[in-house]
Design a protein. Structure first.
Length: 510
């Protein structure tokens, strides 16, 4: 540690409240940051993390409570207020201009010069001095579009440092980084801490949180659920704070089991460089197999390779006992269906009617001699509407005008009118209300009862536990855990997704 006095509180938020439409997004939340520490902010989606950060950075006004900087009460009403206090954010989505150099991106909006002329030489030197001070592996005159994702993130950090940031907020900073790139970032974080910069760290990757953090604050349902110092971190206890012990037990899975029906599809040692490696599993007729894990685990990529939408480098896909080389047209003909994660751009055409959207998946049946029978097309549209109980029950409505839940029903309808054998479903209920979610789950269960093999990708742990017969957890492109008998809980899945596959009771601290 350098000359920075650890333990001294730099910034404090007391009894912070935020109310949206009579709902307490934050209910008397307390949070503070010490000088030169990494303080992790944990919680499930909807726990209040983003709302707290938006108040801290001036995006939202607080509805109650106080904010202090070095013991003095302050107001943060906009981004400029936050910057003046030395608060900067490194977002997951980077905001750089690819065609500009590193120093031009950093100095954008705060150029130095006289009489309308920018002193580019001085700017470049100042930024190179800043880079050298922290030892970042980039140069001031490098063009941003030539940099790796990790180097671009370093440029974002340099932008914050150039404003003399005292508190740096990192939101899912390793989500798009490789393991090697993540390790570089970890070193930079430790270096920043030793230079006296305070870091608020937000990540779903619990393993890195436990290793990096000096302290952890957990939010749950808009309230403080606990605060833990590094030496007291126990993974299972942190997870219980995040989800609530009662919640974990009450939402445990039904009894998991491997089906004794015939194997419909088998994936053997499937690999795609940079995406997933040596993935093997079987799915039986009438079984719901769920692939879960953190964003970037490789789940979606495996699904798309099975369907023929993306290539794979090695391994085999075996359907009904025969090795196949999937292409989309062949997969559809064999009885495969895919419901993609991004339904608006990949699942349906928003400007077409329900009938026309259903027809796009069924032209092999509707077209005769190059012509589509309009009557058959209309009948298929009506059938889809009835099967999924679309609201409104009108096959001529434009799909883009439907609610999120009914849009997803329209995507389902395209496939439920076919003789399916394997359905691949990616994040089926993102952006859908609770009522529509239950209907989607019932469709999944009905498909399984009809003997369809279902492979479903989901990041929603409650959803995973609701629909799965078996659960496979992926991490960094590999299968690391399978739950195929007994009962699994939210805690089990969350720990496994974060790299804790046993009954760890403590973390080895560096």
């Amino acid at each position: 540690m350098s000359e920075v006095q650890r333990g001294e509180v730099l910034f404090e938020m007391k009894n912070i409240e935020k109310i949206f439409s009579h709902v307490h997004a934050l209910d008397h939340v307390n949070f503070d940051v010490r000088k030169g520490e990494v303080h992790a902010l944990l919680g499930e989606n909807g726990a209040g993390k983003s709302t707290l950060i938006k108040i801290l950075t001036g995006v939202y006004p607080k509805d109650g409570g106080q904010i202090f900087m070095e013991g003095k009460e302050v107001e943060i009403n906009d981004r400029d207020d936050a910057l003046a206090l030395g608060i900067a954010v490194i977002f997951q989505e980077l905001s750089l201009i690819p065609s500009l150099t590193v120093y031009q991106n950093i100095m954008l909006g705060k150029e130095e010069g006289k009489f309308g002329f920018v002193n580019a030489r001085k700017e470049k030197k100042d930024i190179q001095d800043l880079i050298d001070r922290y030892g970042f592996p980039v140069t001031a005159d490098a063009t941003v579009e030539t940099l790796s994702v990790a180097q671009k993130q370093m440029v974002e950090i340099l932008k914050a440092l150039s404003t003399n940031a005292r508190i740096m907020i990192m939101d899912e900073p390793t989500a798009s980084l490789s393991q090697r790139e993540s390790e570089i970032l970890y070193k930079i974080i430790n270096q920043l801490r030793d230079q006296g910069v305070s870091i608020i760290y937000i990540s779903h990757r619990l393993e890195e949180v436990f290793n990096l953090s000096d302290r952890i604050t957990v939010l749950r349902d808009g309230k403080n659920a606990g605060e833990v110092e590094k030496e007291d971190i126990v993974p299972s206890e942190i997870v219980k704070m995040m989800i609530g012990k009662e919640l974990s037990e009450s939402t445990a899975s039904r009894s998991l089991h491997e089906s004794d029906t015939e194997v419909e599809l088998e994936v053997k040692n499937l690999s795609r460089l940079g995406y997933y490696e040596d993935v093997s599993f079987k799915v039986h007729k009438g079984e719901v197999l769920v692939l879960t894990g953190l964003v970037g685990a490789g789940r979606t990529e495996v699904l798309r390779s099975i369907y023929g939408a993306d290539p794979y480098d090695s391994g085999e896909i075996i359907f009904e006992g025969k090795v196949i080389k999937p292409r989309i047209s062949d997969a559809v003909a064999k009885g495969f269906g895919l419901i993609p994660e991004d339904r608006r751009t990949q699942g349906f055409s928003p400007l077409l009617t329900v009938t026309r959207n259903v027809a796009t998946t069924n032209y092999d049946k509707l077209a005769h001699g190059g012509f589509v029978n309009k009557k058959d097309e209309d009948e298929l549209g009506k059938k889809a509407v009835e099967i999924v109980d679309l609201r409104p029950a009108n096959p001529n409505v434009v799909v883009g005008n439907l609610s999120g839940g009914n849009q997803q029903k329209a995507v389902l309808g395209k496939w439920l009118t076919r003789d399916l054998k394997v359905i691949l479903i990616d994040e089926p209920t993102v952006g859908i209300d609770i009522g529509a979610k239950d209907e989607i789950y019932e469709f999944v269960e009905d498909l399984a009862k009809q003997g369809v093999a279902v492979i479903l990708v989901s990041s929603d742990i409650a959803e995973v536990l609701r629909v799965a017969h078996r659960i496979i957890v992926m991490r960094e492109g590999k299968i690391i855990k399978e739950f195929k008998d007994g009962v699994a809980t939210q805690e089990d899945i969350l720990l496994a997704s974060s790299g804790f596959t046993g009954d760890e009771k403590e973390v080895a601290h560096e």
